[in-house]
Design a protein. Structure first.
Length: 372
């Protein structure tokens, strides 16, 4: 029997119990991807198998009473690159091959700009339409890498298609405005930008490296707030756009640490998204004090880790939510895991049962904290 919908009081996104997005790939899907790489499955056969696994995933989310569902990013290999690869004017790079590494044990891919960029007929529109058809009464949430991340990643593999950053900024804005318009037309009312740029800009180590390369991290922060704001400026009034700040999530590893203070005023005080999903699962994220710069946005506290199994104490979660409410009113707080469970198809180092136990913990804690 389906549980009552969790998300007390909140009937629109973000929800009291919310999801970052990705889920562990089931063995059947991993096997199908292997067969597809070996050309033993066609593109359409893989798509049909993915759809079947997504249908099971959506049903599981709805059985837990969640008000929001995602497709688990089951059709993606990378949480960000698959979207970038689908933008016209980009091309995939095999970083191992480029570096002459023939015995590398870990995938290493990125993208470069090869021509003028455009949203075009992006394949992820079909992905969302499939999710929407399965979602029923639940909100179908789409996750995309942010416009800031597109610019930040391409800096390392730039081509000669653009004469200036401002010219590139203008086209990134157009790509994302077109994406927002297209997903909205497909029925999307809940869109989340995932972004490791801000995790990098929180890190003292990475800020030092950026300066050594001649980059001012504070100027980058200001530029990226502007880029995000301009990209979402024409969004419809009934579309919620959230920003998830991430510090890395590859196979339970991370690449950046540091509290939000270095970017808090620029990001929380200036970025006009509707909600921030913020990692707060351990000391790498610092304290809640930077939340003092939050204006009218919602803050979804990522207090439950996806890096490993083992459940957090419900009492500790409740206590930390109370601590955060000293900076953001509790009616503008929500709860989620700190990140997804599989930002890449490899997935994090925990079991599917542990994954669902964590989702259940978030749901039950939220129901208690925000009880009527």
């Amino acid at each position: 029997m389906q549980s009552p919908v969790i998300g007390t009081i909140r009937t629109s996104p973000p929800f009291r119990c919310d999801l970052v997005g990705s889920f562990l790939r089931p063995p059947e899907l991993l096997e199908a991807r292997r067969l597809h790489r070996e050309r033993k499955l066609t593109d359409e056969q893989l798509y049909e198998l993915e759809t079947a696994e997504i249908a099971k995933l959506v049903e599981r989310q709805k059985e837990l009473g969640l008000a929001v569902v995602t497709d688990g990013e089951f059709r993606r290999s990378w949480w960000h690159l698959d979207f970038f690869f689908g933008i016209e004017g980009t091309e995939k790079i095999d970083l191992n091959a480029a570096a002459g590494r023939t015995d590398a044990k870990q995938r290493a891919e990125s993208f470069r700009i090869s021509g003028k960029i455009a949203f075009g007929s992006h394949p992820m529109l079909r992905h969302f339409e499939s999710l929407q058809a399965l979602a029923g009464d639940a909100a179908a949430k789409m996750t995309l890498p942010s416009p800031a991340l597109f610019h930040f990643v391409q800096r390392y593999h730039g081509g000669a298609a653009y004469d200036s950053d401002e010219e590139l900024f203008a086209d990134i804005v157009t790509v994302y405005r077109d994406a927002i318009r297209a997903f909205y037309a497909a029925g999307c009312r809940y869109l989340q930008f995932d972004d490791t740029t801000w995790g990098t800009l929180c890190s003292l180590l990475h800020r030092t490296q950026l300066r050594s390369q001649g980059n001012d991290p504070d100027k980058l922060a200001a530029d990226y707030v502007r880029l995000i704001n301009e990209s979402i400026a024409e969004r419809p009034s009934d579309m919620t756009i959230a920003l998830h700040v991430c510090r890395g999530n590859f196979h339970s590893t991370w690449f950046a640490s540091g509290g939000y203070e270095p970017v808090a005023e620029a990001l929380f005080g200036g970025c006009r998204v509707d909600a921030f999903f913020l990692e707060y699962d351990n000391e790498r994220a610092g304290g809640f004090e930077p939340l003092r710069f939050i204006k009218e946005q919602f803050v979804v506290l990522g207090l439950v880790t996806t890096k490993h199994g083992g459940l957090e104490s419900r009492e500790v979660l409740q206590s930390r939510i109370a601590e955060a409410s000293a900076f953001v009113p509790i009616d503008r707080l929500c709860l989620s895991t700190q990140c997804g469970f599989a930002s890449t198809e490899e997935g994090n180092l925990l079991t599917e049962d542990e994954q669902w136990d964590k989702i259940r913990l978030v749901a039950e804690t939220a129901a208690e904290v925000w009880a009527d």
